[in-house]
Write a protein that binds this ligand. Sequence first.
Ligand SMILES: [Zn+2]
Length: 283
Amino acid sequence: MQIFLNCFILILNPKLSPPVFQLIAGVILSLIISLISYRLKYLTLNGSIAQFFLGSLLFGLGGLKWSVPIIVFFFLSSIISKIRRKYNPGVDSFFEKTGTRDIYQVLANGGIAGLLIIVYQFYSSELLYAVYVSSLAVFCSDTWATEIGTMRKAKTVSVINFKTVDQGVSGGISLAGMFGSLLGAFIIPLSSLSWISKNIFTFMLVVTVAGIIGSLVDSILGALVQAQFKCIICGKITEKKFHCNQNSRLTNGIIWINNDAVNLLAGISGGLFYILLNYLLKI
Ligand SMILES: [Zn+2]
């Protein structure tokens, strides 16, 4: 296994190989990851097809520079999610979507990356790469905030009015969740440091802050505009349109703004915060 991994790392390195090999290796690697993700039920069928195309773009065109951060995100997040489900499986019933990710989740998390790598082919600036890493830092920060925040039963309050809410509800924050948010926002820029030419300390600081702010934007949008439902059978507040085999009642937010739309907006905000902080700090 290690030998195969080393081969891929060699082939994906643009300094050592012509781009055509990188492209072929990227498509093959993307195919393998998509098949494994489907087999292990990390992704639905349409989710794994979308991931195959996005992965081919990122691995094939971006090489290791663009592949490592997103692989770190998906790989570590899958492990943390499995651990959380082992310790606190009950919280899953609140989430609109559980472990197996579909095409909309893949596009909400990977669409920005796909767009940026295409633009990068024509305009290869480090700013575009930093925006990509920042949006990824938001997704990782948000994912780990949820997973680590709900790993054990803990006091959770609304980000809007600080009233106690159920664990796993959109816009709920907890101490463990904030720790997860910080850790998730930190690990992504860390995984991209080999390809950064500017001061790595300011880069780490700015991307981590952008990731945490984006994750906070996710929580705030989640509380204010994301559709929230109440189950008419068991009375639970949920992101699910159906609960206990019945249509749930809309209690908050806008019906067509779901978790994927909120994630996408939060990811874009992370990139914009990077640009803003970058401009303000003149790094
Ligand atoms: Zn119910």
